[in-house]
Design a protein around this ligand. Structure first.
Ligand code: ZN
Length: 252
């Protein structure tokens, strides 16, 4: 499986872009960064986008993607998948005809450029040779992580997981896992308040899992604290852990 990291930061700055992971050049996990990282030729094969939750840093690339697709005269639709809560949030608060046009009825109701598809926990979606299974991440059962299987390898994408997550891995043991660390250890209270992890909270989370992935990739670092977080992660001495950078290409 090829994973191209379009963005993996927990905030926007001159040198950091927010969450979006392109799988096998065709399927996107989260939509925080799209057109600022992909050329128009690279956008064309992209027809399926799975959103973990509706926070702005995970969806902010969607409106400008829709605009580019219309100008490119691409045939739709690009399908956006997520929980009912996630899709309703995007429709009501982002592409609602006020903040941005509703591209699920444009350029025409008969041939829109975007389509929304509600998916359910544990029910796999099969697209582009991938099996994508939504997994509940949080206690109110609205946010999804995704287990992606291309027949050769498996990836567990846990997005913004938070230390109160009840994530459990059933069945397939993922080869690799993307997990977030947003704040340094000294900001643990802020991490807990905002549903994010520090290096020490991340270790707790990994140890709670009944199975251990072979590779652990760290994303969502708030770039303001990047050097501090990297030093704290390195001090943990976890041999199979890699800190992701925007633009990375992984083959797992
Ligand atoms: Zn986020």
């Amino acid at each position: 499986m090829k994973i191209r990291v379009l963005g993996c930061a927990g905030m926007v700055s001159t040198d950091s872009k927010t969450s979006a992971f392109l799988i096998n050049d065709r399927v996107l996990l989260d939509g925080g960064t799209i057109c600022s990282s992909l050329t128009h030729d690279e956008i064309k094969p992209l027809k399926h986008i799975f959103i973990s939750h509706p926070h702005f840093d995970h969806i902010k690339g969607l409106p400008t993607l829709a605009e580019n697709l219309v100008f490119m005269q691409e045939k739709g639709p690009v399908t956006i998948y997520g929980s009912e809560h996630t899709l309703n949030s995007i429709r009501q608060h982002l592409m609602n005809g006020i903040i941005w046009p509703d591209f699920s009825v444009l350029p025409s109701e008969d041939a829109p450029i975007l389509k929304y598809c509600r998916i359910d926990e544990g029910v796999a979606v099969h697209v582009e040779g991938l099996s994508v299974t939504p997994i509940f991440l949080c206690q109110n059962f609205t946010d999804f992580g995704y287990l992606i299987d291309d027949g050769k390898s498996t990836l567990l994408y846990t997005s913004d997981i938070g230390s109160d997550s009840k994530l459990t891995i059933k069945g397939t043991v993922p080869d690799s896992m993307i997990i977030e660390i947003s704040f340094p250890n000294e900001k643990e209270e802020l991490a807990l308040q905002t549903g994010h992890l520090t290096p020490l909270l991340m270790i707790d989370m990994i140890q709670k899992l009944t199975v251990q992935p072979r590779n652990i990739f760290v994303s969502h670092i708030k770039s303001y604290f990047r050097d501090q977080i990297i030093a704290e992660v390195q001090a943990l001495g976890i041999p199979n852990l890699v800190i992701l950078n925007d633009g990375d290409i992984l083959n797992i």
